[in-house]
Ligand binder design. Structure first.
Ligand SMILES: Cc1cc2nc3c(=O)[nH]c(=O)nc-3n(C[C@H](O)[C@H](O)[C@H](O)COP(=O)(O)OP(=O)(O)OC[C@H]3O[C@@H](n4cnc5c(N)ncnc54)[C@H](O)[C@@H]3O)c2cc1C
Length: 393
């Protein structure tokens, strides 16, 4: 009897391979970033103000509601597409990248996972169409120790009354909706933390000072002031006292987004360094003819490739419903290190002009630093990774 061979199992696709749809999406975002964002990057950085017309284009292109289902007006995409968008936009401008990142990986993500059907109907169409979101966890006294927050929420009748201040809130200037964390009982520790959907228009809510920063200067980073801010009970997101879970789980996903931002940034800096090295002549040759420069470009490209595979793998794990906590922390830790090293070397490859504002590489270098700070500092990532790799197998 002849042997019947089972059909060959499909080969596992390489980590960085894209489906046709993903490649098309990436190409469209890349073209948009090159044509519509790039000409405005320098001025936005100098002024420390983001051009609102670009935000309108983000909405128009569906980039602010990538994972929001079509029934609520979104693009009905996957987390991986959000990651591709953040990478491609950050290649041109990491400030623009973080706007799209916070919207998709933190705010929409929290709403999609924890909101009720009524909340979905009220908020998701807005998030997809015209409302920028912000994610308000940090305070002056609680950064890495986020759950030591002091902002207080007290139930009075059908409303919660919020008092306190939030600090460092990305998109603060532009946002219409704030996913905001407060405690209903400071004595209860993390078990008092509750998540609220706070509209900018709610009475008692004010956006305060905007920070003047080293990098991602066009991305607004603001203080929020809550003085007897009244939030309807129907705007509690998830369960009362379970806000810590929402914070931890959304930030796990957000970290992959920051990894994508850092990979895009590193690619942007590398491309400028390559181009310059092929034009600049010293000793009668282009500097790219020197092995010393070639080796630097090769090292940078290798590190970018490694960081990118980590980002894509973590994102694919998330979409596959796997546990990705360790991979997300590693991705953010490593990609932010790569971004800093690559953008620093890019400045060196450009020599003196690399140190001036006439060329864009000094901006990538400044922008890279934030990757090691927000959504959990590098030490906090190392703490998570250590805990997970050192626990009994
Ligand atoms: C530009 C920008 C945008 C931001 N956007 C947002 C936002 O949208 N929403 C939001 O909620 N927050 C945001 N943040 C806040 C950011 O997440 C915090 O700044 C960050 O978590 C660090 O907190 P911290 O600044 O209080 O530093 P700290 O927590 O005071 O840390 C200071 C130093 O101590 C180290 N450290 C602290 N604890 C430990 C420990 N246990 N072991 C070892 N080292 C430790 C840290 O690694 C760091 O090096 C933003 C910050 C910036 C600068």
């Amino acid at each position: 009897m002849s042997e019947v061979l089972a059909p060959a199992a499909p080969a596992t696709p390489p980590l960085v391979s894209l489906t046709e749809d993903e490649a098309l999406f990436r190409d469209n975002v890349r073209q948009f970033a090159d044509e519509s964002i790039r000409p405005k990057v320098r001025e936005m950085d100098e002024k420390g103000v983001f051009d609102h017309a670009i935000i309108e284009q983000f909405f128009h292109l569906g980039l602010m509601g990538i994972e929001i289902p079509e029934q609520y007006g979104g693009a009905g995409g996957r987390f991986f597409e959000s990651i591709l968008a953040v990478e491609e936009i950050s290649r041109v401008d990491p400030s623009a990248g973080v706007i799209v990142d916070v919207q998709n990986t933190l705010v929409n993500n929290a709403l999609l996972r924890w909101s009720t059907e009524d909340q979905k109907k009220r908020y998701l169409p807005r998030m997809a169409a015209n409302t920028v979101g912000a994610y308000a966890l940090s305070e002056a006294g609680s950064g890495s120790d986020a759950f030591a927050m002091q902002t207080r929420a007290q139930l009075k009748g059908s409303e919660y009354v919020l008092n306190g201040r939030k600090l460092w809130i990305t998109n603060g200037k532009e946002a219409g909706l704030f996913v905001l964390f407060a405690t209903i009982d400071p004595a209860a520790g993390y078990k008092g933390i509750t998540t609220f959907m706070v509209d900018r228009t709610f009475p008692g809510f004010t956006v305060g000072k905007k920070e003047d920063k080293l990098g991602i200067r066009a991305s607004s980073t603001c203080e929020l002031i809550l003085e007897d801010c009244r939030v309807p009970k129907e705007n509690v997101l998830g369960e009362v006292g379970k806000g810590y879970k929402i914070a931890i789980e959304t930030l796990n996903e957000g970290r992959i987004g920051i990894g994508a931002q850092m990979v895009g940034l590193a690619r942007g800096a590398w491309e400028h360094a390559l181009k310059y090295s092929q034009e600049r002549k010293q000793f009668g040759r282009t500097i790219s003819d020197f092995q010393g420069i070639q080796f630097q470009l090769a090292q940078m490209a290798t590190e970018i490739e490694a960081a990118r595979m980590m980002v894509y793998n973590a994102a694919r794990m998330k979409d596959a419903g796997m546990n990705f906590v360790k991979e997300a922390a590693m991705t953010k830790l490593f990609a932010s290190q790569v971004a800093e090293r690559v953008s620093s070397l890019a400045v060196e490859i450009l020599g003196g002009v690399g140190f001036t504002k006439d060329y864009p590489v000094e901006k990538y270098y400044r922008d890279a630093k934030i990757g090691k700070i927000y959504e959990g500092t590098s030490n906090m990532q190392l703490q998570t990774i250590a805990k997970l790799v050192m626990q009994k197998q």
